[in-house]
Structures are given as structure tokens and as C-alpha cells.
Write a new protein. Structure first.
Lengths: 527, 313
């Protein structure tokens, strides 16, 4: 039959190599055993919305606080939930799922061929922050990302922080994500991280912690935008009761940011493209979504070609010069001539253009050195070193197992702690002490002794919960928050809110979409 | 636009068009095979369907005998046949997914929705009802895709490349059905109007959804040379070779104007159109219908190659 289409399947089989940076969130002492016993399970019965399965004596619920009185930002929502006829939430939830399935908002789960395209569950009850809460978060995020950019610049140039003995040298130089190729390279406008996703958790009314910095290729922002869209569609009445800061200007802000950091040599309006590993990447939906919203070309490695240290894309009208690449491909796969020679996702010669300064890569190469889980534990000192300020957002206390004293403590208290791999992501390969059985504790103890520097440990925090639609009705579930911080030449931009992820399983602390987590719309109120 | 994007749009349209054509072949064949032997004749319609779909060799290596069950399975559902309807939709959707940004929401919805429904038809043996529901679904999906492209796409190169895909595939399909059935259309056939041939011709017209159009155009009973005229030279008929080439030339011209550059593809398309415009059916019959069609198929394939080289790589 005519001409057979060349196989599309072989195009990017290697694309799974870029794990999207979903931080892993796991902690808290909450488990099924600490559930407060109740006479009957909660259903969507009117006027009975208080949590029946309590988050435990120490748990903080963002709607009910600790004392089960509705907190101010949730007052309208609570009244509304109280008012609506039973079944409404469930019906809207099903409606939302239908819409998402049709639009095709899916993500791939590696090693799961059955569910190659899976839907991320969406919870219809929004998570709400007051203007004051957000304002503090925003300041803290700006401060943190500023320091991260200064830190990376320093690491690849003068290395003052190493000379001052604040961060140990071997932690940088022996780190696989450190890129010696970047040493001494002058990047446009001295910026490295243009798009950051900072994972935040909350333990009580006052305390937010940074759980993880994601400054390589953080994903999730498309869900933030789609969640808001669908909420507008499903709950117009609920919106009319609130004044909620919009998020739909994110694509404009992102484009402005990317254009602002074009190389100095760019003559006219810079050409920005989004580089994706391809359709088999777990975040492909997001890549195409963003390219569409930004009105830029979504390119794969094979669409780009480098000639005389200048990057071009292949178009129906011939070659066209590219100035800024918003790349969602990991460092390792960017350029087979510089990094992994077996990578088919990259562009041969891309790094030569980058070194020549004719193209901006966003984010820069080698930013992983700043979001490593071991470096994370030094972040408070890093902030003080560059900015001379106290961090507005705290770190979760972290034991670095590479330090003998920390290791000893961790081994002694393993059943209380969460232990993570320094280079792990997606919630894989970690130990949640309080939930682990003897066998896995023993196995992890051996791993720790073998290779202490590969692990860090943190206390099991009691994460905040939010009311969430589950099968039994409305019940508290643990949440985190990923705001997206954009750094341009002119200024830092953050749209209010971010992506709230929720652990849908009762008592579970793992919000990763690959492990059964869902998402919520995040509202920042104007008061 | 990116060459890869144009390539994906082009093939996306081709595969949807191909799926619809296959669905029409199956529908027409089901009808023909349900006729009493005295009407349909002794020939094996199912074998002819496989030939019309252009995958006789692949079929023979997979099945022993062409009959209703094997051919329906092979053309509609088989995962081993790269051009089965199911696979057409798989490839179409993979192409659509790769160029989500170049499609409108409505087009994506049409493809994705159809793909989800088609997946719902499992591997189990299907009843006639199910098969007929499936074939209708395919044709409706194609209409919906085409309609949403017309109604929602910006009139720019993305639209024109997707149109090129439609018309390249369509002219290929029409030429192929002519190639397989040409002997039925030769005027030498003496028993004109006999019941046997009438149903054969009607089946051909159904395959290109033109049975009603025929009557409106010719106001005559179904006659073979008129069927050939309708499918080859009549530019009122949307699936005729002449109409396909009118559209190919127009869309290639629009691309050429937008880019400020004409090329080999434009010249080749115009040459083929000129031949269709200046030919008359009598001459074609005299010179040999079969030769004419064979030559057309070769020219059409050559144009496909040129379009690919000029724009899509």
C-alpha cells in the first residue's frame, strides 16, 4: 500500500532517560494505626464534613487547623461544601476525569507498558493559601533561587564558597552532576537557573519547609494551568465567592523570561524553541502544552542542526537560526559529542555553539550541582554566604550520611527517619523508617554502611493535610506544593500558587504521580 | 514550520483518509457478498477487497484463504497488517501526539476520541452488528477530523500540508480501485446492464461514496465508461483523480506563494493535472485504460517523493 510511514516507535525509545523532576515527598509519623476511631465513615452527607479519619494528634489540616475550627482562608469553601447537595463533588470529579482523558493530559510511567499513558488523578477540592502566607513563601522562594544562581556561578568560576570551607570540595568535584565543561564558561547574563520548581511542605500554620530544590528540568506546571482551567469550568459558583490570583499568565511570564536571556549577539526578536526528548518522555504532554501556549516550536534533537557553532532548526523553508533553547532534555543527552555518545535525543555539536555563546540553554548545563540532596543540607549556609541573609524558608533538618557523626545517628534511629538516595528522584529507592519492616531496615542499614555518601536522612515530618475527595467521601490527605520560579535578566517572576500534589492513599506520604499521587488546584487569595 | 511537523501533519491526514477508504471497501464488499450468487457472480469479492486495499502479499502470508472473516480481520483489526484500520489510527494518533501544538483542540479531540473508541474493540470475534458499528465509527471519525480541520485550522502551511496528505492518499486510493477493477469498466463488455455487473459497479461507486452523485451527474443508469469518467476526469466528484489534482495544485501553490518559492513539486503536480484536464475518456480507452492508470500511479508516487524531499525532511 502506497508508502508506509516510517516507524514512529523507534524515534525516541531512549526518551525515557530523562526522568521528570518530581521530588519525592515522604515523611510524617502518620499512619493508618494512628487514625482516630469513629463511629461511621464519612460520606458526602451534608453538614458533616469534619474529618472522621483524623490526621493524628500532631497533624495539621489546612482547612481545620489542629483544633477543628475552620481556618480563615477556607471559610467560604467550608460553607460551600456544607451547602451543596450530596453527590455533586463526585459527579464533578467524574466530569473532570472525562475532560482530562479526552484532552489527553497523560504521563508515562517507566517500566509500566500497560499504562503507558496514565492520567494523573485530579482532586476537585482546591488547596487555599492566604495572601499573607503566599507573600512569605514568595519572598523565601526569590531569596533561595537568587542564592542558587550565585552558588552555581561561583562553583563554575571563582569557587569562593569552597575556599571559605563552607561546602566541602569533594562534594562538588566528585559529584556526577558536576560538569567540568562549564568551568570558566561565561554564560549569558551570569544566570544558570531560569526555571526552578521548589518543593515546599508544611507542618503547621506557621512553618513551611523547603523539601527539595529542582533546578534542572522541573515539570508539573502544565498541571497547575490545566487544573485551574478545569476548576473554572466545573465550579463557577465557587469562583464567584472568592477572589483568586490568576495563574494563566504563566506562559507569558515564561516567554518573557526566556526572551530576556537571549545571547547578546541576537539581533532582532529572539527565536525560542522547546527541546523535548520526544513523545515517549513522561512529561511529553507538558512539553507540547507549553510550546503551544508559548507559541514556540516544539523541537526534538533531530530537528536541530549545528553549523559553524550556530544552532538552526530544519523547517519547510530551510534552516532557521535558534537563539534560546528551553530544553527539557537532561545534560547527559544534550550532545552526543560532549556527553553520552549513545544518546539519540541530543544535537551533535550543540555544546560547541553553547561554548561559543551563540545560544542560551535554559536551564544551563551543570545546574544539578545545586539541587543535589547532599548539597541541599548546606543550603542555609549557602544563602547566608552569598546574600548575608537568614533564609526565610527553612530546610528540613537533614543528616548527611557522609559525615560519620550523622551516619552514626541515622543508623541508631533508622526506624524514625526517612532515608533518601542523594541522586534519587520520583520517590524511588527511599526508606520510610516508621513504615518499614525489619528486613528492609536491615537491608538499608547495610546499604548505608557500604556507601554512606549516597544517602541523606530526614526526620519523619507530620505533613499538613487538605480535605480531599476520596472513595469514602471527603477526607484529609497529605499535600506538598511546587511553586515555579522564573528568573530573567530583568527580574524574578512567580505566578501565585503552584502545583499542589496530594497523596491519595490514606495515611500515605508519597505524592509522586508515578506512585499514586494526585494534584489539586492551588488558590492564593487576595486577602 | 518544522519539517518534522509538516511531515507528521501530512501523514496524519493520509492515515485517516486511508482508514476511511478501507472502511468503505469493507462495507461495499460486505454488501456485495451478501447478494445471491446469481447477482454477484462467482468471483471472490474478498480476494478483490484485499487487492483493492493494496496488501495482497501481506495477506497471503498471514492467511490461507480470503473470506469474510479473514479479510475483515486483516483489513480492520489486525495488528500484523501495518495498514489495517486499527493500525492507521495508531499511527495517526502517534503522529498527532507528536504535533499536538500544530493541531487544533477539535482535531485532536476527533483523533484521540476515535482512537480511544477503536481501542475498545477487543481481539474477540465480532458480530456483524459490531463490525458495521465499527466501520461507521471509522467513517464518522474521518469526517469529524476533516470537518474540524476545515473549520478550526488557521489557513497557513500547517493546513496546506495536511490537505496535501488527504489528496495524495485519496488519489492513490481511487487509482488503486481503478487498477483492480478496470476490466469491469471496459466498454468491450457486451452484457452491459446485466445484473452481475450492475452490482459490481455499484460497489465501486459505494467505495468512493459516489453512487448518488453518479445519478445526479449523468442522469443515466450505471454504465461502466461513465463510472470511469466519474472517477478519473470529472472534477465535480471529490474523489476523482481530476479533483484530487485540482486540490493538490492549489495547496502546493499556496505553499509556494507563502514561501515565495516554487519548486519541482509544483511543476510535477501541474503537469499531471494538465494531462487529466486535456484527456477525454474515449482517448483513454483507446490508448488503454490499464496503461493510463498504471502510469498515473507511478506519477502520483513520484510526486509524493518530491513533496517529501522538498519540504518534509
Amino acid at each position: 500500500m502506497a508508502v508506509m510511514r516510517r516507524a514512529t516507535m523507534d524515534q525516541c525509545r531512549g526518551a525515557g532517560e530523562t526522568p521528570c523532576q518530581w521530588g519525592d515527598l515522604a515523611m510524617s509519623s502518620v499512619s493508618a494505626q494512628t487514625t482516630v476511631p469513629q463511629k461511621r465513615t464519612l460520606s458526602l452527607v451534608r453538614r458533616d464534613l469534619r474529618p472522621s479519619e483524623g490526621p493524628g494528634p500532631s497533624g495539621f489540616d489546612e482547612m481545620w487547623g489542629r483544633d477543628r475550627l475552620v481556618r480563615a482562608p477556607y471559610s467560604e469553601l467550608a460553607a460551600w461544601l456544607d451547602q451543596i447537595p450530596p453527590g455533586v463533588l463526585d459527579q464533578r470529579r467524574r466530569e473532570a476525569e472525562l475532560v482530562f482523558r479526552r484532552i489527553g493530559i497523560t504521563f508515562a510511567v517507566y517500566g509500566d507498558s500497560e499504562a503507558q499513558e496514565r492520567l494523573i488523578p485530579f482532586d476537585v477540592i482546591p488547596r487555599i493559601l492566604s495572601a499573607a502566607e503566599w507573600d512569605r513563601l514568595r519572598q523565601g522562594l526569590e531569596q533561595r533561587v537568587k542564592a542558587i544562581n550565585l552558588f552555581i556561578k561561583d562553583i563554575y568560576s571563582r569557587r569562593e564558597i569552597l575556599r571559605a570551607g563552607i561546602v566541602p570540595e569533594d562534594m562538588v568535584f566528585q559529584n556526577p552532576v558536576f560538569r567540568p565543561e562549564m568551568n570558566g564558561l561565561k554564560v549569558p547574563h551570569d544566570l544558570y537557573v531560569f526555571v526552578a520548581g521548589i518543593d515546599i511542605v508544611r507542618v503547621d500554620a506557621e512553618t513551611f519547609y523547603v523539601l527539595e530544590d529542582n533546578v534542572r528540568t522541573p515539570s508539573g506546571v502544565s498541571y497547575m494551568l490545566e487544573n485551574r482551567e478545569i476548576m473554572h469550568r466545573l465550579f463557577p459558583d465557587l469562583f464567584s465567592r472568592h477572589r483568586i490570583a490568576p495563574v494563566d499568565n504563566y506562559p507569558d511570564e515564561l516567554l518573557a523570561t526566556l526572551k530576556s536571556v537571549a545571547p547578546g549577539s541576537t539581533v532582532s526578536d529572539p527565536t525560542v524553541v522547546l527541546l523535548t526528548p520526544g513523545v515517549f518522555n513522561s512529561a511529553y504532554y507538558e512539553h507540547s502544552f507549553l510550546a503551544d501556549k508559548l507559541g514556540i516550536e516544539l523541537v526534538e534533537g533531530r530537528d536541530l542542526v549545528v553549523k559553524n557553532e550556530i544552532v538552526y532548526m530544519r523547517t519547510t523553508e530551510g534552516l532557521k537560526r535558534v537563539d534560546v533553547i528551553y530544553r527539557r532534555v537532561d545534560d547527559d543527552f544534550l550532545d552526543p559529542l560532549t556527553f553520552r555518545p549513545d544518546s539519540l535525543l541530543g544535537v551533535p555539536g550543540l555544546m560547541s555553539a553553547y561554548f561559543a555563546g551563540t545560544v542560551t540553554l535554559a536551564n544551563a548545563v551543570g545546574t544539578g550541582i545545586a539541587d543535589d540532596k547532599a548539597i541541599y543540607s548546606y543550603m542555609p549556609e549557602i544563602l547566608k554566604f552569598y546574600l548575608g541573609e537568614e533564609p526565610i524558608l527553612k530546610n528540613v533538618p537533614t543528616w548527611c550520611c557522609r559525615r560519620p557523626a550523622d551516619l552514626a545517628y541515622v543508623l541508631d534511629h533508622l526506624e524514625e527517619l526517612v532515608v533518601k538516595e542523594v541522586h534519587g528522584s520520583g520517590g524511588y529507592g527511599m526508606l520510610i523508617g516508621p513504615k518499614a519492616d525489619k528486613m528492609s531496615l536491615a537491608a538499608f542499614r547495610d546499604k548505608l554502611k557500604c556507601q554512606p555518601s549516597a544517602f541523606i536522612a530526614q526526620p519523619t515530618l507530620s505533613l499538613s493535610t487538605c480535605p480531599t475527595c476520596v472513595e469514602e467521601g471527603v477526607a484529609p490527605r497529605h499535600v506538598d506544593l511546587r511553586p515555579f520560579v522564573l528568573t530573567g535578566r530583568d527580574r524574578i517572576r512567580i505566578v501565585p500558587g503552584g502545583l499542589t500534589r496530594v497523596a491519595l492513599k490514606r495515611g500515605s506520604l508519597v505524592v509522586n504521580s508515578s506512585q499514586g499521587g494526585g494534584t489539586k488546584d492551588t488558590w492564593v487569595l487576595d486577602h | 514550520m518544522l519539517s518534522r511537523t509538516a511531515d507528521n501533519l501530512y501523514w496524519l491526514s493520509r492515515y485517516i483518509e486511508r482508514a476511511e477508504y478501507l472502511a468503505r471497501i469493507l462495507e461495499a464488499t460486505h454488501r456485495l457478498s451478501a447478494l445471491p450468487l446469481a447477482y454477484a457472480g462467482p468471483s471472490n469479492e474478498w480476494e478483490s477487497a484485499v487487492a483493492t486495499a493494496g496488501c495482497a502479499a501481506a495477506f497471503q502470508s498471514a492467511y490461507a484463504e480470503p473470506n469474510e472473516e479473514t479479510v475483515t480481520d486483516f483489513l480492520a483489526f489486525s495488528l500484523d497488517n501495518p495498514s489495517s484500520i486499527r493500525n492507521c489510527f495508531e499511527v495517526a494518533r502517534a503522529n498527532a501526539r507528536a504535533v499536538r501544538t500544530a493541531l487544533t483542540m477539535e482535531m485532536w479531540d476527533a483523533i484521540n476520541g476515535a482512537w480511544l473508541e477503536i481501542r475498545g474493540f477487543g481481539p474477540a470475534r465480532k458480530s456483524r452488528d459490531e463490525i458495521s458499528r465499527f466501520l461507521r465509527l471509522v467513517q464518522e471519525s474521518s469526517l469529524r477530523y476533516d470537518g474540524s480541520a476545515y473549520r478550526t485550522m488557521l489557513r497557513n502551511d500547517a493546513f496546506w500540508f495536511s490537505r496535501l496528505g488527504v489528496y495524495m492518499e485519496r488519489s492513490d486510493n481511487t487509482a488503486r480501485i481503478l487498477d483492480v477493477k478496470y476490466h469491469l469498466l471496459l466498454p468491450a463488455q457486451q452484457h452491459v446492464g446485466g445484473p452481475l455487473d450492475y452490482f459490481q459497479w455499484a460497489a465501486i461507486l459505494r467505495t468512493v461514496s459516489a453512487l448518488t452523485s453518479y445519478r445526479w451527474v449523468y442522469r443515466d443508469s450505471v454504465k461502466p465508461w461513465l463510472v470511469a469518467d466519474l472517477l478519473i476526469l470529472n472534477n465535480q466528484m471529490p474523489r476523482s483523480l481530476a479533483s484530487c489534482y485540482e486540490n493538490l495544485v492549489r495547496n502546493l501553490d499556496l505553499i509556494g506563494q507563502a514561501y515565495g518559492r516554487q519548486g519541482l513539486a509544483q511543476r510535477q503536480a501541474r503537469a499531471i493535472r494538465a494531462r487529466l484536464e486535456t484527456s477525454r475518456m474515449e482517448e483513454i480507452f483507446q490508448a488503454g485504460l490499464h496503461e493510463f492508470i498504471t502510469e498515473f500511479i507511478a506519477d502520483n508516487n513520484r510526486l509524493g517523493t518530491t513533496i517529501t524531499q522538498q519540504y518534509l525532511v
